[in-house]
Design a protein around this ligand. Structure first.
Ligand code: NAD
Length: 300
């Protein structure tokens, strides 16, 4: 499948859909997008994409239909709509790049296969910056032949790893984000404790980043989005909670306890309730600072 001959329909033009679509447009591929939000559609047109008024209209005539939607409930509803309207061509491939629930993904692969439509899951990590710079990790679930056919398209976005059958990409994505959430929470607590002891956050991070406690949270998120107080990574706290819940749900389904993960879900959910709607996930650090300040006021 060559860049110039492929026609992509892209459903979901938000923080990730926009820059991912841009990479394909830059490679000479025709991309028609759809999003419920008029602002998102206008943003995508500024990137050089074409937009349609409905998901079905965007999909008509597409070889590859890419979904970059908030969650499985919405992915399932969009696929219901596309199959009911007959918009998906029998030879087409649907790629769910959202961070979805593995069990839904397995079901979607089965129901599309019954219609002769191929389906793979290809969620990503690396955030908005990774999408803008084609430095994403793309973790793919699906049959080898379809994955290989889609590989050139996905390699436009970064490094592609075929992790298993349908749903495997979504499983490993959720587990990665559970780890990422734990790292951000624990790093934030450590930085705040050190600060209370008189060590400034920059110094703590210099030490951690030269030591075994380092992670993406200490190396990128704290310096870039938290110390600067910009809190604009482009990944919502609510979406991280969704991913952590998918991971602990998966753990329960396979009978493997994740006690730290379950606690993370409880704590993170309390933080999301306290933060403004739509808050960036890096605002967890601000929530923890405010919680610590209230605890200190209570003690004095
Ligand atoms: P986002 O909220 O910025 O974008 C989602 C878009 O989907 C929105 O523009 C919304 O209007 C649109 N939408 C919702 N329902 C729709 C429907 N029925 N039809 C068409 N459009 C609809 O979210 P995002 O940050 O771009 O994340 C998209 C997916 O990628 C999520 O599953 C998320 O967990 C995952 N993800 C995000 C990041 C990140 O850093 N932002 C990184 C990796 C994975």
């Amino acid at each position: 499948m060559s860049d110039a001959s492929t026609r992509i329909a892209l459903i979901g033009l938000g923080n990730m859909g926009g820059p991912i679509g841009s990479q394909w447009i830059a490679a000479g591929t025709a991309v028609t997008g759809f999003d419920l939000s008029a602002d998102a559609r206008a943003g995508f047109e500024k990137r050089g994409g074409t937009t349609a008024e409905t998901a079905a209209a965007a999909t008509a005539g597409a070889d590859v239909v890419v979904l970059l939607l908030p969650d499985s409930r919405i992915v399932d509803a969009v696929l219901d709509d596309l199959t009911a309207s007959g918009a998906l061509a029998a030879s087409s491939v649907v790629i769910d790049m959202s961070s979805s629930e593995p069990e839904h993904t397995q079901r979607n692969a089965r129901r599309l296969a019954e219609l002769g439509i191929r389906f793979i899951d290809a969620p990503v990590s690396g955030g908005v910056r990774g999408a803008e710079t084609a430095a994403l990790t793309v973790m793919v679930g699906g049959t080898g032949e379809t994955v290989e056919e889609m590989r050139p398209l996905l390699e436009r976005l970064g490094t592609v790893i075929h992790v298993g059958d349908a749903g495997a990409g979504h499983a490993v994505k959720a587990l990665n984000n559970l780890l990422s959430a734990v790292h951000l929470w624990a790093t934030s607590e450590a930085v705040l404790v050190a600060e209370r002891f008189g060590i400034d956050p920059e110094t703590t991070l210099r030490v951690v980043n030269g030591s075994s406690g380092r992670s993406g949270s200490s190396e990128v998120k704290w310096p870039k989005f938290i110390l600067t107080e910009s809190y604009d990574s482009g990944f919502a706290a609510q979406l991280m909670l969704k991913d952590a819940r998918i991971a602990t749900g998966l753990a329960a389904a396979v009978g493997t306890p994740t006690r730290l993960g379950e606690q993370l879900v409880d704590e993170w959910s309390r933080a999301v309730d306290a933060l403004p709607a739509g808050a960036d996930h890096t605002e967890i650090a601000r929530f923890l600072r405010e919680t610590a300040e209230k605890a200190q006021e209570g003690r004095s």
